[in-house]
Design a protein around this ligand. Sequence first.
Ligand SMILES: Nc1ncnc2c1ncn2[C@@H]1O[C@H](COP(=O)(O)OP(=O)(O)OP(=O)(O)O)[C@@H](O)[C@H]1O
Ligand SMILES: O=P(O)(O)OC[C@H]1O[C@H](OP(=O)(O)OP(=O)(O)O)[C@H](O)[C@@H]1O
Length: 233
Amino acid sequence: MNETVTLALPSKGRLKEQSIGVLRAAGYDVREPEDARQYRARVEGTEGLEIAFLSASEIARELGAGTVDLGVTGEDLVRESLPAWDEKVSIEARLGFGRADVIVAVPDCWFDVRTMADLDDVAAHFRAGHGRRLRIATKYWRLTQDFFSQRHGIQVYRIVESLGATEGAPAAGSADVIVDITSTGSTLRANDLRVLDDGIILESEACLVANRTALAGAKGERMRQIAASVLFA
Ligand SMILES: Nc1ncnc2c1ncn2[C@@H]1O[C@H](COP(=O)(O)OP(=O)(O)OP(=O)(O)O)[C@@H](O)[C@H]1O
Ligand SMILES: O=P(O)(O)OC[C@H]1O[C@H](OP(=O)(O)OP(=O)(O)O)[C@H](O)[C@@H]1O
């Protein structure tokens, strides 16, 4: 049986450098592949650990599928990509970088709309007054549905898929409100949008995540060892 643990790290993007940094601080000398097209690497001086370089969103999906055992990715991507995420994976360590909030934001000029309850009223008025549903621009389908329908009991809305420039959707007229990620808040301000008082869906950060099946199997002890050295680095 192959008991090599596969650990996925972001191959690009905003989480890449700090992910490699965390592993190095934990004593794993991860060498980036010289050829950027190569996506597997070994760790100098460590047996039984293989690194897979993937994008942050792929890492969330592969952790769910069990094709990698451990991975560093954003909590938002884990919750968004995997139905019943906590049955498939577990968060072993929160890493303190890649922080961003998934939020509900409305146009600044909606003066009376401060809370999700206010937005529920707006949604009802939209249907009665305009004969159409409130439109929410987002790429976070699952998080939006959970927050609106399950958490706040709001049922009358329509999600408009947005894969980029989500904050521009209300001004462009393609949506009324948005669900997106914010860190400094400057993109929201530049687009005259405001986060609802109770509109924080998730405070996300980069996490070390484990596939639960692998954790329960022969590789489990080795995985826990790696997670502990990351946690206490
Ligand atoms: N300002 C920010 N904007 C977007 N994501 C951020 C920000 N700050 C931290 N993050 C986090 O970074 C992660 C996304 O990183 P990145 O865009 O590199 O990944 P990706 O979705 O795999 O990339 P791509 O869309 O190119 O495939 C998410 O977990 C997100 O929460
Ligand atoms: O609160 P802020 O600091 O303004 O950050 C939030 C913005 O940053 C990200 O976009 P980015 O332009 O980085 O590109 P991306 O969506 O392709 O990741 C994200 O999608 C938001 O639009």
